[in-house]
Design a protein around this ligand. Structure first.
Ligand code: AHG
Ligand code: MN
Ligand code: MN
Length: 338
């Protein structure tokens, strides 16, 4: 029995000592861990606790059907972070505007943005779902955080990560010093180090995309997918297709095994003319993680982390995964701009 169990709390403390820090960031991460445990507990009972499944009958700013678990997870993360005095403003997929810190609580130096429940369409069918988060230092001196504090490019991220609620609950995060994964041990109630020093293979043999959008893709994207499905690619054999429909789950599998995930822009839905996925709390945090693991994240035309955000819920094309695969897609995507 390995007696040197590295808990996530210990890992955070080690990182704080090794890379410096006043403990504010660690306090934020600890609250994210707490919120993840609360959401994980609900997800595991979702089939049993009838008031957590199903639709709310409402649609969010994205125009998407809001599931009850979306609302629940959103509240859990907001309430876990708003009172600790380390955060000056938050943003969530489920909130139209920025989330103010209530007057009775102190403001802190950090900004947290999150997708509280990613993969909503999979909630009621018992398929993996997740949470994605990104943490920035504020750019304004004090008081309430404002839009400038939220609209920072991804290369300014101080830390980012995701939780995947599946056969086990895994939390993967980076503070810019590599990527580590932790599995929730339900018997102890703690996340313990299970995936130290994650590196994504430079090239994979898996591609993940919703091929139902094929008729609406631009020419370069269509040609790239045809290329992957042929023996013309560098593998001299077709890639394997794997698509779960929860970004976090598709991303996590490709991070560990290698591969490329694509949600390109499509011409069908004006809302998806620049892609479906949101820059601030889906693309940027995962782009930060994948680059820390040696991979690449691109719109097809440029690095995700270099994008200067203009809106809280802006959407981007997201091509993310093994470095060589993403670079190869970019050579095809140049045709889209012709
Ligand atoms: P969310 O549930 O947070 O809205 O995210 C859903 C996203 C992402 O998880 C997934 O990759 C994508 O939607 C799937 O979209 P399609 O159903 O259009 O393939
Ligand atoms: Mn999402
Ligand atoms: Mn979501």
């Amino acid at each position: 029995m390995n007696d040197t169990i590295i808990s996530l709390d210990r890992h955070i403390m080690d990182e704080q000592r090794r890379y410096g820090g006043r403990g504010d960031f660690s306090a934020i991460l600890s609250q994210i861990i707490f919120a993840a445990k609360v959401v994980a507990a609900q997800v595991s009972h979702a089939g049993l606790v009838e008031d957590i499944l199903g639709r709310t009958g409402k649609t969010n700013v994205q125009g998407e059907e809001v599931q009850k678990l979306d609302v629940y997870a959103n509240k859990v993360f907001i309430n876990a972070l708003n009172y600790i005095g380390k955060v000056c403003v938050m943003a969530s997929e489920e909130e139209n505007d920025m989330i103010r810190i209530p007057d009775e609580y102190p403001r802190g130096d950090y900004v947290v943005m999150f997708d509280p429940l990613d993969g909503s369409s999979n909630i009621d069918v018992n398929v993996s779902i997740g949470t994605i988060f990104g943490i920035y230092k504020r750019v304004t001196p004090d008081g309430d955080g404002i839009l400038d504090d939220c609209l920072q490019p991804g290369h300014k991220l101080f830390g980012a990560g995701y939780i995947i609620y599946s056969s086990s609950t895994i939390l993967v995060y980076s503070t810019g010093n590599g990527v580590n994964g932790f599995s929730l041990d339900p018997s102890v109630g703690e996340f313990v180090l299970s995936h130290p020093g994650i590196r994504i293979p430079p090239r994979g043999k898996i591609y993940s995309t919703n091929e139902g959008n094929y008729p609406y893709w631009k020419e370069g994207t269509r040609e790239y997918i045809e290329y992957l499905k042929s023996d013309r690619n560098t593998r001299k054999a077709p890639y394997t297709s794997r698509y779960i429909g929860s970004l976090v789950a598709d991303f996590h599998r490709n991070l560990l095994k290698g591969g490329i995930f694509l949600y390109p822009e499509d011409t069908k839905d004006p809302k998806k003319a620049t892609g479906k996925l949101r820059l601030l709390y889906e693309a940027n945090p995962l782009a930060f993680i994948v680059e820390q693991a040696g991979g690449r994240a691109s719109t097809g035309y440029g690095r995700i982390l270099d994008i200067e955000p203009t809106e809280l819920h802006q959407r981007v094309p997201l091509i993310i995964g093994s470095r060589e695969d993403v670079l190869e897609y970019e050579t095809f995507a140049q045709k889209n701009q012709a």
